[in-house]
Design a protein around this ligand. Structure first.
Ligand code: ITT
Length: 201
């Protein structure tokens, strides 16, 4: 049995990971919120730096191996914004609705803006806080920004994301469909394969 603290406080991410790990009975993920791990400042300038900061902090506080995730929505017409700042695009305490409104407004200011975008995730695995060889995998999910929100499922920017693999609005997908093709799903499955190959022999 391999046990990891999941270094996120985002309930939407936690649901995704529980779904993704469900076919693997030998992997146990414990959300950091159940282990009294506080949130750490995300001071990195790249997704990978922030994922490592979160994973290192959770490993340090709990003494467990950890999995960290940093992710966001990258919109081509906005030069990659909201990107690294997706969670706090409309302010530190911004709701998903406020972030969506700001993004749609920003795109509306650009005449004939291309709507292409992608979700991006980096997932890292640390065996200890000072692990010098973290496992690092990334995943993307290609799509386009809709003109208005559609669907009720999931979290964050899903209601304005048209998923190319599904040809539909991402917030209309079931959790199973979403995780199969999402940035997080692709990154995490690669990470599990790498982990099994390197450590779990
Ligand atoms: P943790 O740092 O505790 O993990 P967070 O929400 O702050 O939670 P990030 O800094 O990685 O995490 O921000 C990612 C943001 O990008 C997230 O809050 C959403 O707004 C958006 N996002 C990432 N993955 C998403 C997904 O699968 N569906 C919808 N929105 C997503």
């Amino acid at each position: 049995m391999s046990k990891f603290v999941l270094a996120t406080a985002n309930p939407g991410k936690i649901k995704d990971y529980f779904e993704l790990v469900s076919p693997y009975p030998n992997i146990e993920l414990i959300p950091q919120t159940q282990l009294a791990v506080d949130e750490v400042a995300e001071t990195g300038l790249t997704f990978v730096e922030n994922a490592l900061i979160k994973a290192r902090h959770a490993a340090q506080v709990t003494g467990l191996a950890s999995i960290g995730d940093d992710s966001g929505l990258v919109v081509d017409a906005l030069e990659g914004a909201p990107g690294l700042y997706s969670a706090r695009y409309a302010g530190i305490q911004a709701t998903a609705e406020e972030n969506i409104e700001k993004l749609l407004d920003a795109l509306a200011q650009i005449p004939n803006a291309p709507r292409t975008a992608r979700f991006y995730a980096v997932v890292v695995l640390l065996r200890s806080p000072l692990d010098p060889t973290p496992l690092i995998c990334e995943g993307t999910w290609e799509g386009e920004i809709l003109f208005e929100p559609k669907g009720q499922n999931g979290f964050g920017y899903l209601p304005i994301f048209f998923s190319h693999p599904h040809q539909g609005a991402a917030a209309e997908l079931s959790l199973q469909e979403k995780t199969k093709h999402s940035h997080r799903g692709r990154a995490f499955i690669k990470l599990l394969e790498k982990y099994t190959h390197i450590y779990a022999k």
